[in-house]
Design a protein around this ligand. Sequence first.
Ligand code: NAD
Length: 264
Amino acid sequence: MDLQIKGKVAFISGSTSGIGFAIAHRLLLEGAEVIINGRSNETVSKALAELKHLVDGAIVTGIAADFSKVEDVNFLVSKLPTVDILVNNAGIFEPKEFADITDEDWFRFFEVNVMSGIRLSRHCFPKMLDNNWGRIIFISSESAVFIPDEMIHYGMTKTAQLAVSRGLAELTKGTKVTVNSILPGPTKSSGVSTFINDLAKQSGTSIEETEKLFFEKMRPSSLLQRFASTDEIANTVAYYVSELASATNGASIRVEGGLIRSIT
Ligand code: NAD
C-alpha cells in the first residue's frame, strides 16, 4: 500500500529513541523527509547515524531542543522549515504517589507533555491551513482514559492532549488538514524497558516474569497481555499521517491492545 507521503516534510518531537524513533524510521521508509528531535546534540547525532544506516538514501536531519526549556523551543521553532506532518510525541512519565507529586512536578509534566505540542502546533498549523494540506498527530496514551493511579499527573497531561487535538481539528473544517490523537497502550520503548528492568531488579524476578505480573496486576483488562512494539505504534501513525487517512479527523485512535473496556 502506497501511503503517498513521498517528499512530505515530517517533524517528530522526542524521536531519538522509543516510539518517536520508530515513527521516524517508518516515515523514512515511506519516502518522507524527516526532521528528528532530542534533548542534546549527541543523542540527535547518534539517532541520525542510526536512521541513515537503516534506510538507504534517507533524507533526515535533526534539531536538539529540550521541551522543558522555553528558550530551546523558541530556537527549535526558528529553525523549522514548513512542515507537512507534525507528530507531537515527546513525553515523560514517572510513577509517583499522589501525595508526593509536587506543584513543580505538575507544571513540569504539563510543560513537557502538553505545551510541547501546543507550541509546535501554534507554529505549524497556520501554514498547513494556508497550504490546504497537513497532518498533526498527538501521541497521547491509553492513560488519557484509563488514568493510572500510580501517576495521575501523567494521566492528566494525556487527557489534556485529547482536548487540544479535538479543538484544533474543529478549526480544520472543509480543509485537507487533519488533527488526530493516537492512544498507545503499554509499549516496549527504551523508557519502559528501563522501568521494567528496574522493577525486575527490585523484586528479584526475571524480566519475563515481571512483564507477566505487570499485565496480570496493573493492566488486567489488556487483551494483548504483552507490551506492544514501538513498530506496531509507528505503523498506525504512518497510516494516519498519510494521504489515505483523509477522512479521519478529530479522532482518538486506540492502539492499546484492547485495554480500554469501551466500544466507542
Ligand atoms: P521514551 O522515554 O522511550 O522516549 C522519549 C523520547 O522523548 C526520547 O526521544 C527523549 O529524548 C524525548 N524526550 C523526553 N523528554 C524530552 C524533553 N524534555 N524534550 C525533548 N525531548 C524529550 O518514551 P516513549 O515510551 O517512546 O514515549 C513516547 C510518547 O509515547 C510519550 O508521549 C508517551 O507518553 C507516549 N506513550 C508511551 C507509552 C509506552 O508504554 N511506552 C504508552 C502510551 C503512550
